[in-house]
Design a protein around this ligand. Structure first.
Ligand SMILES: Cc1cc2nc3c(=O)[nH]c(=O)nc-3n(C[C@H](O)[C@H](O)[C@H](O)COP(=O)(O)OP(=O)(O)OC[C@H]3O[C@@H](n4cnc5c(N)ncnc54)[C@H](O)[C@@H]3O)c2cc1C
Length: 97
């Protein structure tokens, strides 16, 4: 079996490792950090990223742990905050410069 070494266990390295595994390769991730910790408050997953993660079978897990941004054409409507169970927040997108 082909063995693949991936240097770095960020979202890129972990996604690549999962994809390689699903194609039958043995992927091993080498991460320099002693442990993986949360950095910042959150990460927005855009549709192109979600398409890849859905293909890898992660969509349901992500929706289980994340919130969903709701949008109408040209207007940000709100985001369901799945972490705090705060329901729907409302806001407006910043006007275009
Ligand atoms: C404040 C902030 C907010 C962001 N918000 C968003 C967002 O909302 N949505 C979005 O899509 N993107 C966002 N980004 C960008 C996103 O975080 C990056 O594009 C993404 O994390 C890059 O992933 P990566 O796996 O390529 O790199 P990284 O996440 O940087 O991972 C690289 C890993 O490789 C390890 N490494 C490096 N060198 C070595 C080595 N020699 N040996 C072993 N391990 C090594 C590092 O320790 C690290 O864990 C944000 C970035 C920042 C800084």
């Amino acid at each position: 079996m082909v063995r693949i070494a991936i240097i770095g266990g960020g979202i890129g390295g972990l996604t690549a490792a999962l994809a390689f595994q699903q194609f039958g390769f043995q992927a091993e991730v080498f991460e320099q950090a002693p442990e993986l910790l949360e950095v910042g408050a959150a990460i927005a997953m855009w549709p192109n990223a979600m398409r890849v993660l859905e293909r890898l079978g992660l969509k349901e897990k992500i929706l289980e742990h994340g919130g969903v941004v709701e949008e109408e054409p040209g207007r940000f409507v709100g985001a369901r905050d799945a972490f705090a169970g705060r329901g729907k927040s409302r806001g407006r997108r910043a006007p275009k410069a």
